[in-house]
Design a binder for this molecule. Structure first.
Ligand code: NAD
Ligand code: DAU
Length: 339
C-alpha cells in the first residue's frame, strides 16, 4: 500500500507518519509538504532513514508539482492534513487559508481523479460546526450538526469539506472526511495553547489566557486521532463523515493551571489578555458513530497524555527552542506584546 500524507512535517501529520511507519512496515509512506513556518523536517528526522519513507517538498496548491508526485508515486490512498491551521493567524491574514485549505484540497482531489485512487481522506475539524453555548452541556456536535463557522480558518475548512463531498457526488471520488476535536501531544507547534503554555512556563514567561479562560475545548491525545484515521481509511465507508473526540471537555484556564502544577510553576504567571475575535465558546464531539461503526475509542486519558506531552517537551527542548528563537519571535511579539 502506498499512502501520500500531505502536511506530514506538521504536528498531526508528523505523528501520523511515525504511527503508520511503525504499524505497517510494508507500507510506503510518501510525505508531501512545502514546509511553511509550521512544517519542520526535524519532526521527521527518524523517518528519513526508513527506506519505506520519502519526502517531497511540494506545495499542494502547485498543480504541476502535485501531479508529478502522483505520476511518480502512484499512491493508493491520500490523507490530506496539509493546511494553515492556526485560528489567530487566519484572523490576521485569511488569504493563505483560503488558498491552501480550499484550492489545495481541490488540486489534491484533481490529482486523485486523474491518476485513480482507492481513497481520498480529508482531515477536517470540529470547528466547522461553530460553537456550543456554555450553559447547554447536554449539546454535542454530531455528523449531522449544520456547518456554522466562526473564523476564516474554520470557514476555509468547511468550504473544503463541501468540495470533498461535491467531488464524491459529482465525480464518484472515493472520499471520507474526519472532523476531530483539539489534539495535543509531541511535535505540537508552540503557537497553540498547550505547547505555548508549556514553553512559556518553562521559560518563566507570562501565560496569556484569552478573555476569562472559560472557553471549553475537547482535548484528544494525538495518537488517538492517528488511530482513528487509520481505521477510517481502512474500514470506513466511502462518502461518510466521522467525528472524532474523546468526551474530554476542559476550560482553558483549567488546562493552564494543570500545566503550572505539573511544572511546579506559580499560577501568578497566568495573565488574562484581550480575547480572540469571534472566539468560539465550547466544542464538544459526540463520537458515537466512529465508536459504533469502527470500534474506535480514545485510549489515552488526559491525566496521562498531558504528562507524556510535558515530558516530551522537557526531553526535546532543541525542537521547540529552534522554533521560538527563530522567525516565530516576530509573530509572538505581533500577537501578544500589546494585547
Ligand atoms: P500544522 O499547522 O502543525 O501543520 C500543517 C502542515 O501542513 C505543516 O507541515 C505545513 O508545512 C504543511 N502545509 C501548509 N500549507 C501547505 C501547502 N500549501 N502545501 C503543502 N504543505 C503545506 O497543523 P496540524 O495541527 O498538524 O493540523 C493538521 C490538520 O489537522 C489540518 O488540516 C487541521 O485543520 C486539522 N486538525 C487539526 C487539529 C488540531 O488540534 N491541531 C484538530 C482537528 C483537525
Ligand atoms: O478544534 C480543533 C481545532 O483546534 C483545530 O481545527 C485547529 O487547527 C487547532 O489550532 C485548534 O484550534 P483552537 O483555536 O481551539 O486551538 P488553540 O490552541 O489556538 O486555542 C485553544 C484555546 O485556547 C482557544 O479557546 C483559545 C485559547 N488560547 C489560545 C492561545 C494560543 C488562549 O487562551 N491563549 C493563547 O495564547
Amino acid at each position: 500500500m502506498k499512502i501520500i500524507v500531505t502536511g506530514g512535517a506538521g504536528f498531526i501529520g508528523g505523528n501520523f507518519v511515525h504511527y503508520m511507519l511503525e504499524k505497517y512496515p510494508d507500507y510506503r509512506i510518501i510525505c508531501v509538504d512545502c514546509l511553511t513556518y509550521a512544517g519542520n523536517l526535524e519532526t521527521l528526522n527518524s523517518a528519513m532513514d526508513n527506506p519505506n519513507f520519502c519526502f517531497h517538498k511540494v506545495d499542494i496548491t502547485d498543480r504541476e508539482a502535485v501531479f508529478s508526485v502522483f505520476k511518480e508515486e502512484r499512491p493508493d490512498i491520500v490523507v490530506n492534513f496539509a493546511a494553515e491551521s492556526h485560528v489567530d493567524r487566519s484572523i490576521e491574514n485569511p488569504d493563505v487559508f483560503l488558498k491552501t485549505n480550499i484550492l489545495g484540497t481541490q488540486v489534491m482531489m484533481d490529482a486523485c481523479r486523474k491518476y485513480g485512487i482507492r481513497r481520498y481522506h480529508q482531515v477536517s475539524t470540529d470547528e466547522v460546526y461553530g460553537d456550543l453555548p456554555l450553559d447547554r452541556p447536554d449539546l454535542f456536535f454530531t455528523e449531522t450538526t449544520p456547518i456554522h463557522t466562526s473564523s476564516p480558518y474554520s470557514a476555509s475548512k468547511a468550504s473544503a469539506d463541501l468540495l470533498v463531498q461535491a467531488y464524491h457526488k459529482t465525480f464518484g471520488l472515493p472520499v471520507t472526511i474526519s472532523r476531530c476535536s483539539n489534539n495535543y501531544g509531541p511535535y505540537h507547534f508552540p503557537e497553540k495553547l498547550i505547547p505555548l503554555m508549556i514553553a512559556n512556563a518553562l521559560n518563566n514567561k507570562p501565560l496569556p489566557v484569552y478573555g476569562k479562560g472559560e472557553n471549553i475545548r475537547d482535548w484528544l491525545y494525538v495518537e488517538d486521532h492517528c488511530r482513528a484515521i487509520d481505521l477510517i481509511i481502512h474500514k470506513g465507508t466511502v462518502g461518510e463523515i466521522y467525528n472524532i473526540g474523546g468526551h474530554n471537555e476542559m476550560k482553558n484556564i483549567d488546562i493552564v493551571k494543570i500545566i503550572c502544577r505539573e511544572l511546579n510553576k506559580p499560577e501568578s504567571l497566568i495573565t488574562f489578555v484581550t480575547d480572540r475575535k469571534g472566539h468560539d465558546m465550547r466544542y464538544a464531539i459526540d463520537p458515537a458513530k466512529i465508536r459504533n461503526e469502527l470500534g474506535w475509542l480514545p485510549e489515552t486519558k488526559f491525566a496521562d497524555g498531558i504528562q507524556k506531552t510535558i515530558k516530551w517537551y522537557l526531553d526535546n527542548r532543541p525542537w521547540w527552542e529552534h522554533i521560538i528563537n527563530g522567525e516565530y519571535r516576530q509573530y509572538y511579539e505581533r500577537m501578544y506584546l500589546n494585547r
